[in-house]
Design a protein around this ligand. Structure first.
Ligand code: NDP
Length: 365
């Protein structure tokens, strides 16, 4: 019971000039499974704010693969227990949603840098997998630590801002961890996805890459070029590891063989075997220069490749805000969206096809 609601003793805010209801609408689930377990509840308790948190009136949210992987129970080991069915009423049981953009309507007693009325954005879970938040961003209100947020770039609307945090922080952290710097070359596997589309842009615009190559299916090659890719590789026609050119860094956001290869396989055991032995990371290693780095986000990793899990960090967003405000780095909302709040299940079905371009966004909330 305790884990499914904010401890009342954690309440450490004074008052708010906003009129905040005690209950809200939020997408919740009480059992692991596919999109069918998601429910839009209308009487979920609005979260209390702890002393270092603010309460956000959510305007927009974005979906990430980690949301549905969690819902499918892939991270059971680190998840807090699912709330029991009969406890969902009047307590916050929502677990979906990392990315948020909205307005601060209440501040905790120790909050220094934000005030009521500020328009903010961020990834609300500091560690994507460890102790993730009970209160997701797919809700009318969400409570977030001040340090995970930044002021929304002035030129972006809420939907655009919500599309960024987890993906841009992942892109940035991976490039930093790979030691990427001015004058280096990079190959981005999965360049059209939420993370890949930002890796291309950050490599070029923020880090000063000498050359950016990226992979996608045929219909998205022009999109890769519009993001700044110098070389767009059609993975349905070419094997990137067969290119004579090698790269200083390979950033692998795909982590498995392409769908065609997987579809040709028989049992799930076959698939696991292929992932462990001849997965994308294995191929990625063949495309890197001697002494270079291979960053992988998912799947098995072959040395010298390494995998990391993103840490949400408002300071990274603050650092990147000038690039967003100058338009050098663009927020990319998938053209099938934004999806309205009552269509979150449809938005997830779309994301789960693994074919999204840029980010799947929920707006308005
Ligand atoms: P998306 O759902 O946005 O990725 C969809 C894109 O992937 C599509 O545009 C698709 O392009 C492309 N794609 C699919 N298969 C291939 C392929 N074989 N080669 C090239 N492109 C391909 O996912 P995200 O970018 O949000 O996340 C990517 C992965 O990284 C997920 O598994 C996610 O869980 C993980 N991740 C891990 C993080 C961490 O901290 N470790 C943080 C963030 C994400 P097309 O239609 O052209 O195939």
């Amino acid at each position: 019971f305790a884990s499914s609601q904010a401890a009342p003793s954690a309440e450490a805010s004074t008052s708010s000039s906003y009129s905040i209801p005690s209950e809200m609408k939020a997408w919740t689930y009480t059992e692991y499974g596919g999109v069918e377990v998601l429910k839009l509840e209308s009487n979920v308790a609005v979260p209390q704010v702890k002393e270092d948190q603010v309460l956000i009136k959510v305007a927009a949210a974005a979906l990430n693969p980690v949301d549905f992987k969690r819902r499918l129970g892939k991270f059971k080991a680190t998840d807090s227990p699912l709330p029991l069915e009969n406890l969902t009423k009047k307590i916050s049981s929502d677990r979906s949603g990392y990315d948020v953009a909205g307005v601060v309507v209440k501040v905790g007693s120790q909050v220094k840098g934000l005030k009521e009325g500020d328009e903010v954005y961020g990834d609300i879970s500091e560690k994507a997998l460890d102790g993730p938040k009970q209160f997701g961003s797919l809700a009318e209100y969400t409570a977030v630590e001040e340090k995970l947020l930044a002021l929304k770039p002035k030129n972006l609307d809420f939907a655009q801002a919500a599309s960024l945090p987890l993906a841009i922080e992942t892109a940035y952290e991976g490039l930093e961890k790979a030691g990427f710097s001015e004058g280096k070359s990079i190959l981005v596997l999965g360049g059209a996805g939420g993370v890949g589309s930002l890796v291309i842009q950050l490599a070029k615009q923020v880090f000063g890459a000498s050359k950016v190559a990226a992979t996608s299916s045929t219909g998205k090659l022009e999109f890769l070029k519009s993001l700044g890719a110098d070389l767009a590789i059609d993975y349905t026609k070419e094997n990137f590891e067969d290119l004579p050119e090698k790269f200083d860094v390979v950033y692998d956001t795909v982590g498995k063989k392409n769908d065609l290869d997987v579809a040709l396989l028989g049992t799930e055991l076959d698939m696991i075997y292929v992932r462990m032995t001849t997965g994308q990371c294995d191929r990625a290693v063949k495309a890197v220069k001697e002494g270079g780095s291979v960053v992988a986000l998912t799947g098995a990793v072959t040395p010298p490749g390494f995998r990391f899990v993103v840490t949400s960090n408002g300071d990274s967003l603050k650092k990147l805000n000038p690039y967003l405000e100058s338009g050098k780095v663009k927020a990319l909302v998938d053209p099938k969206g934004p999806f309205p709040f009552d269509k979150v299940n449809e938005a997830f079905s779309y994301l789960e096809t693994n074919r999204a371009t840029g980010k799947v966004v929920i707006y308005p909330i």
